[in-house]
Write a protein that binds this ligand. Structure first.
Ligand SMILES: C[S@@+](CC[C@H](N)C(=O)[O-])C[C@H]1O[C@@H](n2cnc3c(N)ncnc32)[C@H](O)[C@@H]1O
Length: 232
């Protein structure tokens, strides 16, 4: 399989990062960029949350790369049932403690080796697509297609290319780079996949694969959107 080394490194990184993952989202420690930029971040999180609420992820929902549950807890407000998949057992424990909801089924698996055992009304993933290597982009969206009921919908959120999205001691390489070195609080370093998509080019890529996407961006930090199969 292509990229299996970096895919395993990425899993190892998120396993080791589980206990400090939320510092990124809450702009703490190395991710604290000061009052003004932090406010910008949280305002733009609110924009995305509003868009997700309007989209309304109802019915049977699948969440890829659910992480510590920052979005799982929002999805359960809409979903009838939720399947949450992640490769890192450490984040699944945190997620379960945070969400504490019986409608969630947790599955520990590498997404690139996973197949669904049921079909879903909605497939959701946040801050995951940027970790899908370009060589696996089409296969990943094929998996998404196979997970959906006829007429099913997709919602996704991801990072825009913006230096203050990440930690003070992380260096963003050029916009076209597809890898990044990430540090943990103890200084250990991991190499991961990070592809910064742009709404226009991502829309074109998805249309080519037979999707009808609607993709938007917030002022600085986030790309978000929905998609359905063109034939549905
Ligand atoms: C950037 S985090 C996003 C977490 C969550 N979706 C959020 O928005 O907070 C990426 C997640 O992908 C998971 N992950 C990384 N590689 C994976 C793989 N190959 N299969 C399944 N999950 C993976 C990590 O464990 C981590 O929880």
């Amino acid at each position: 399989m292509q990229n299996s080394g970096i895919i395993q490194d990425q899993i190892d990184y998120y396993r080791a990062r589980a206990g400090e993952y939320d510092e990124w989202f809450y702009r703490q420690g190395r991710f604290d960029h000061g009052e003004e930029l932090n406010k910008r971040w949280f305002d733009q999180v609110t924009d995305v949350v509003r868009a997700l609420d309007v989209f309304a992820p109802t019915g049977d929902v699948l969440e890829f790369a659910c992480g510590t549950g920052l979005w799982t807890e929002r999805l359960v407000q809409h979903a009838t049932s939720l399947t949450a998949v992640d490769a890192a057992p450490e984040v699944l424990v945190i997620n379960q403690e945070r969400v504490a909801n019986e409608c969630v089924r947790y599955l520990q698996s590498d997404i690139f080796a996973w197949q669904p055992d049921q079909l879903y009304d909605v497939v959701y993933f946040s801050f995951w697509l940027s970790h899908v290597p370009p060589e696996r982009f089409a296969d990943f969206w094929d998996l998404v297609r196979h997970c959906l009921k006829p007429g099913g919908r997709v919602f996704f959120v991801d990072s825009l290319y913006e230096p203050t999205t990440t930690a003070h001691n992380h260096t963003l390489l050029g916009k076209d780079s597809t890898v990044q070195d990430r540090k943990l609080n103890d200084g250990s370093t991991y190499r991961i996949v990070k592809v910064y998509h742009e709404p226009q080019s991502l829309s074109a890529q998805l249309a080519e694969l037979g999707w009808q996407p609607t993709i938007e961006r917030t002022a600085n930090y986030f790309l978000y959107g929905s998609a359905q199969r063109a034939e549905s």
